[in-house]
Write a protein that binds this ligand. Sequence first.
Ligand SMILES: Cc1ncc(COP(=O)(O)O)c(C=O)c1O
Length: 408
Amino acid sequence: MPFDIARTRAAYPALTEGFVHFDGAGGTQTAAGVIDAVADAMRAAVGNRSAANVAGRRSLELVAEARSAVADLLGADPAGVVLGPSATALTYTLARTLGATWRPGDEVVVSRLDHDANVRPWVQAAEAAGATVRWAEVDRHTGELPAAQYADLVGERTRLVAVTAGSNAIGTMPDVPAIAKIAHAVGALVHVDGVHSVPHGPTDLTSLGADMLVTSAYKWSGPHLAAMVADPARWAALRPAKLVPSSDAVPDRFEYGTPSFPLLAGVTAAVDHLAGLDPDAVGDRRARLRAGLAAAQAHEEALLDRLLGGLAERPAITVYGSPARRCPTVSFRVAGMSPAATQEALGAAGFCLSVGDYYAYEYFQMMGLRDSGGAVRASIYHYNTADEVDRLLGELDALTGGTGRMAG
Ligand SMILES: Cc1ncc(COP(=O)(O)O)c(C=O)c1O
């Protein structure tokens, strides 16, 4: 059955404001079920976690339900789901914890494709430990992160390989299973940034070969919270810095302070929303998630093809990268206009797009684009439509005086 875009859009109250949101990579709009779940949890009697009373039991349940939902989303064990405020904060926690076990001469591999949240925490942890950082490079023309280079980058002293499953800048989806295979052959851990990839298709921790993976719920219709997952046995072997009286259990010991219980209700509701994207899907939540996200992926890919095809016809537009496997995310510049001016002009016409380096610092630095304003990013999410893509192309024509389009 074709993706029911009208039904999907009706689930997002903010879309009634009429803006065109090509900014999901910076945070999607929130699904109605999420808003209701957060409000319900805030209206209900919820106390701090305790088995002794109803209010305390509710918060215990909200945490357990969020762990179980994220586990379904990623193919993980609920007992291995660490919840936290953001992917950046969780990655820093892990980097500090793992870094404390590294010795001078150990090695860490990061990539120039990654968001800085999957670079700097590792670089800084390596510096603190006297470990060496090695860099995986991006092909500046295609935007690919070739997996083969990892054979030269990893060795006996490699402790960790950090890599993205999807670039938030140009969409590239590296061959993470191949990279993980190379890393695992020398006993290195693989940390995967799934923040940009998870909203755009089914994710399976095991088939990715990820030892640890982070994702942020605000990129998939949920609230501003994040999760980091691994096999609980992996967490059991690690000792993060923690308060003396806080729980030493796994995964709780990686979580700092009192959780936002209402927002955790929103995380669960966001996963349930994704599981409902294909109304005909049957089976348990994980099966429905696979079906719903696969349906959304097919819809997003059709829009991506339409956008890329349209941009390619317009010589005034330069698109960065042409990776073979990609998330529906496109960075571009308009000839003769700064990215910020393009963003502003599009904003005035009701189009929401991001601009700059979007914290994909190393990529834009490598491309020599950072100091001149980075690029403009159109990121497609499942609530976007073909009409919105066409309107964006039309608006770009208006910006270039209608001269942007190739004749014929
Ligand atoms: C690919 C990627 N990784 C990590 C992050 C950081 O996520 P958070 O805002 O949850 O720290 C982002 C945010 O844009 C991202 O796009």
